[in-house]
Design a binder for this molecule. Sequence first.
Ligand code: GAR
Length: 205
Amino acid sequence: MPRVGILISGSGSNMVALLEAMRDGRVAGTPAIVVSNNPDAAGLAKAHALGVATAAIDHRPFKGDRAAFDAEVDRALREAGTDVVACAGFMRIMTDDMIGRWTGRMVNIHPSVLPLFKGLHTHQRALDEGMAVHGCTVHEVTPELDTGTILGQAVVPVRPGDTAGTLAARVLRQEHRLYPRCLDAFLRDPEAARREKIAILADEE
Ligand code: GAR
């Protein structure tokens, strides 16, 4: 089974969804390591509680030297025998060199229906644009931010009275459904996963 390294920065709810899916056999992979750039990330304790190796590599002492920080992350992933990297709320931009080393073996989840709303504050921007729908995307990681091949998307309605918070929560529930399915497909057959994208049209509530 391919070994999955997960990169996080915060609460790690997507990471938990992936780890639980691997444990339950819904994702055809096994956890290698969870790496956080934030030593205080709540996700680190959650990974530990699920019996998964963790590493905290604080980006701050690197003082903007992204290449040196990335090299440490890369080393931790390789030492853990990682085959595929899943970014799950990892809020650091990686160097082209780092991404190049994992080409075809690194995926990410982004909280918008790409190519709309790349970057940050996606939920507020969707509200500001008056969108009727919003959602999330699992895609391969390429040097250009939030641009790699789309593996799957989930779409939710925007409701009257939504705030960025209520909308984010609705999207996050779908992230937890979408990411395990996309990662499983990608681990089994990346070419097929790129071709046969997963679509979730969620009309809950
Ligand atoms: C998720 O909504 C994820 O899509 C987003 O951060 C959140 C992390 O939550 N990722 C990005 O914005 C990446 N640019 P989690 O730590 O609970 O999984």
